[in-house]
Design a protein around this ligand. Structure first.
Ligand code: SAM
Length: 192
């Protein structure tokens, strides 16, 4: 049913922390082949399969990927490109987002420090965007590969979110060094 086993990581995070509910608006970064998008459209009811509020899901990847029913799928779009973020902003029409997900990962070089640095750049790009488009009290979930910049990242998340925790889903393979940060209750940006 799911396009890849990554789905179970998001399902597990959701089971523990209930982050995806009917009616919510979600941006899914690094979404191909689309299993998190499938999970998000079901849980937010973006596909309208259940009664109750209908959510919205926008899924972005630099690779092309097949449509997911109920989601707006943006393939061939590099998230770090300003044009991609402008496209998302246009689609949102000024509406703010409840949940930003980033499962983005660079192609691994096998050199740990390089891979860590590269995924941190993606994580910061997702965070910067999340800060601009999120509602107060919203949620941000981001994958990183462990390394030296992890602690500072967590500190930065705490500046903007009231609650931050590091999660290693059981669905993550043992040998993997990936961690998901779950940042909840966005404090909102002070506008002066
Ligand atoms: N969450 C997805 C799912 O459940 O189907 C799996 C995501 S996979 C682990 C990581 C994805 O990040 C890849 O599809 C890759 O193309 C994407 N990615 C890496 N760099 C990106 C970028 N700059 N912009 C958009 N997507 C990117």
């Amino acid at each position: 049913k799911y396009r890849c086993r990554s789905a179970f990581k998001l399902l597990e995070i959701n089971e523990r922390f209930k982050i995806l509910n009917p009616g919510l608006t979600v941006v899914d970064c690094g979404a191909a082949p689309g299993s998190w998008t499938q999970v998000a459209t079901n849980l937010t009811n973006a596909n309208g399969k259940k009664e109750g509020p209908v959510g919205r899901v926008y899924a972005v990847d630099k690779l092309p990927f097949y449509p997911v029913e109920g989601a707006t799928v943006l393939g061939n779009m590099d998230f770090t490109n300003i044009k991609t973020q402008e496209t998302l902003n246009k689609l949102l029409q000024g509406d703010k987002v409840d949940v930003v997900l980033s499962d983005m990962a660079p192609n691994a070089s096998g050199i740990r420090e390089i891979d860590h640095d590269n995924i941190m750049l993606l994580a910061y790009a997702a965070l910067r965007f999340a800060l601009q488009i999120s509602k107060a009290q919203s949620t941000f979930v981001v994958k990183i590969w462990d390394g030296g910049k992890m602690q500072q990242f967590e500190q930065n998340l705490l500046k903007f979110y009231s609650s931050v925790r590091a999660i290693r889903p059981d669905a993550t393979r043992d040998e993997s060094t990936e961690t998901f940060f779950l940042a909840r209750r966005f404090k909102g940006l002070k506008t002066s």
